[in-house]
Every structure is written in C-alpha cells, then in structure tokens.
Write a protein that binds this ligand. Structure first.
Ligand code: ZN
Length: 232
C-alpha cells in the first residue's frame, strides 16, 4: 500500500506517506530480485482464489495522485509490473479536500485524461468512493451513491468494468462491506495490517504499508516474514 511517490513538500504533516522515487525503484528491484511478480489486484485474483500459485506482490496506490502517474508508472514499467490505483471518482483533477487541512498540504489528483493514461499504460483503476467520506457514517442511500456510484462513474470514464474497491480511511463495518459486494466489486482492500492469503475474504483484504521510513531491511521483513501479520 502506497500513497505518494516523491519528496514530501515543506510543511506537510504525515511525511511518511511519501516514498521517494529512488526508494520505490529499489523496492521494485528487490521484488523482482526475490522472484516476485508485481501485479494489479485483478491480475492477482486467481492467486487469492487459490487457482494459481506463485510469488506475487500486489502493488496498490490510494487516492490517485498525479505522482502515481508521473513517478511510479515509469518505474513499474521498467520492471514489467502492473499495479492498481484507487481513484476517487468525483475528485479527479482536484485535490485531497478530505485531509488537506489536517496534512497541511494540497496534493493534486489525476484528472480524467491522466486516469485514462494510467489505464492505457496497462495499469488498473480501482474505485475509492466518489468523495472519500467515512463510509460507516453514511446513510444507506449515501453508501449506495458513494460505492456503486463510483463504479458507475469510473466505468463510464474508462469504458471498462471496474471490479476493485478500497475503503476510504479503511473505515468499514458489515453494512459497508455488504454494500460493496452488492455494487458488484470482486474484492476490496482495507488498511488492516498483514499479508493477504489465498482463501481470505476478498472483501476484507489486508495490506502492508510501505512508508518513507520503510528502509530496505524492513521492506524485506515485511515481504518475507510474518512481521506484518503479527502486527495486524
Ligand atoms: Zn484514501
């Protein structure tokens, strides 16, 4: 789970959400060196369903920042990897209005054309709601609008099925999960720490956060051992 690739702007809080391009590049190199295939969520589904076996690392980016396209994409392509970027369907071309104040930084989100470019480059677009609300606080009608609505918006934009979802803030309960399944998503990711395994509930997939302070030895621990699973 990545958020921003690049150098944290001066004054930004939660600077850890930024992974420098050089570090990201070394991490992708390390994945390849260790025999992992870096895949999008959809490409990894056969592994999660237990139909295929192999060393697979799903690479995800939350929110759809411009730096995902400009910084991460060329590095992913260099290694022959794919990845999933979760886009907020009614915030494209805008900025992180849900946390700009608390983070003290306005971060540019990909516009429609950039979201299409990400897909055209062989990468996957997943949905991350329409406006990035806390879903557990939504009424049933709002849930429907935010979850099913984001799928409709993105499918219209891309002309392709959008089958992957990511809960904003990792905020979820049984009602949110039911609405996500009902909207027709095949899988959804959380911010619960741990590695996803074949046979896991596809609507509650755990992830491993890679942050600006994930130094190389820690990256390898997170990847190969049960470091994350124990902290989940
Ligand atoms: Zn988010």
């Amino acid at each position: 789970m990545y958020h921003n690739i690049g150098v944290p702007p001066v004054g930004a809080r939660l600077r850890n959400l930024y992974v420098r391009a050089g570090a990201f590049s070394r991490q992708m190199f390390m994945l390849r060196l260790l025999g992992y295939k870096g895949l999008s969520m959809s490409a990894a589904m056969p592994y999660l369903r237990g139909e295929k076996r192999g060393r697979v690392a799903v690479i995800t980016f939350d929110d759809g920042y411009v730096d995902t396209l400009e910084q991460a994409l060329p590095i992913l392509q260099k290694h022959g990897f794919s990845a999933t970027c979760y886009v907020i369907s009614q915030r494209t071309g805008q900025y992180n209005d849900w946390d700009a104040a608390s983070l003290n930084v306005r971060k540019s989100l990909m516009n429609d054309e950039q979201v299409r470019a990400w897909q055209a480059a062989g990468m996957e677009v997943g949905a991350h709601s329409r406006t990035h609300p806390r879903l557990t606080g939504c009424t049933d009608a709002e849930l429907q609008d935010e979850i099913a609505g984001s799928k409709t918006d993105l499918e219209k934009l891309l002309g392709q099925p959008v089958t992957q979802f990511c809960y904003p803030y990792g905020d979820l309960d049984a009602r949110v999960v039911a609405a996500t399944r009902q909207a027709g998503f095949e899988a959804a990711t959380t911010v619960q720490r741990g590695r996803a395994r074949a046979g896991d509930n596809a609507m509650l997939l755990r992830r491993v956060l890679v942050s600006g302070s994930t130094f190389p030895h820690l990256f390898i621990f997170k990847l190969l051992g049960n470091y994350e699973d124990k902290r989940g």
